[in-house]
Design a protein around this ligand. Structure first.
Ligand SMILES: [Cu+2]
Length: 177
């Protein structure tokens, strides 16, 4: 069966039925409410990350991360350097096939500038169990000001499918006194 044309030639000038008009009005008003709630929640909802993004080359990002690792590594854990940078400093985390590198050890109630970037392709940063999620792209760094307020070992999983080793892409972040 082929499509048949509307019976009325000027179909777009037909009167809108009352029930449809009511639904259009409700949907429009609700859309308006949600639009302003979006702005309100950004400040009061404590659910949106105020992250910044900058262009950076993978080589440049690697160099900055390596410099931090060279200077502040305190020990090793299963082949990964554990880095304890000074409070207030810039800390770097690399996402690549298939690891989060290095392990960052941060102090409780101190602020850091956390930079995250990918060296190869897209990965998803997901901090567990606090559920902080960011998309990580090569060529861009995500920068967050973080102040960890609870002690513990946090897991970092990749939640953006990135190939055969995706499920093994686990990292760690430590918050200590
Ligand atoms: Cu992945």
């Amino acid at each position: 069966m082929s499509l048949s044309p509307p019976t009325e030639r000027i179909w777009w000038k037909e009167k809108i039925p009352t029930t449809e008009l009511i639904w259009i009005t409700i949907a429009f008003l609700w859309g308006l409410v949600m639009f302003f709630m979006m702005i309100y929640w950004h400040g009061a909802g404590e659910q949106n990350l105020s992250n910044e993004a900058y262009r950076i080359s993978p080589a440049n990002f690697t160099a900055k991360t390596q410099a931090m690792v060279d200077q502040y590594t305190v020990r090793e854990e299963s082949g990964y350097p554990v880095v304890h940078p000074p409070p207030g400093s810039d800390v770097y985390l690399i996402a690549r096939l298939w690891q989060w590198w290095p392990i960052l050890e941060l102090e409780k109630d101190e602020s850091y500038r956390l930079h995250i970037s990918a060296l190869d392709w897209q990965h998803g940063f997901s901090l567990q169990p606090v559920n902080i999620n960011l998309q990580i792209h090569p060529g861009y760094e995500m920068v967050l000001t973080v102040t960890p307020d609870q002690l513990g070992d946090y897991g970092i999983v990749c939640n953006e499918f990135c190939g055969i080793g995706h499920h093994t892409m686990l990292g760690k972040m430590l918050v200590v006194e």
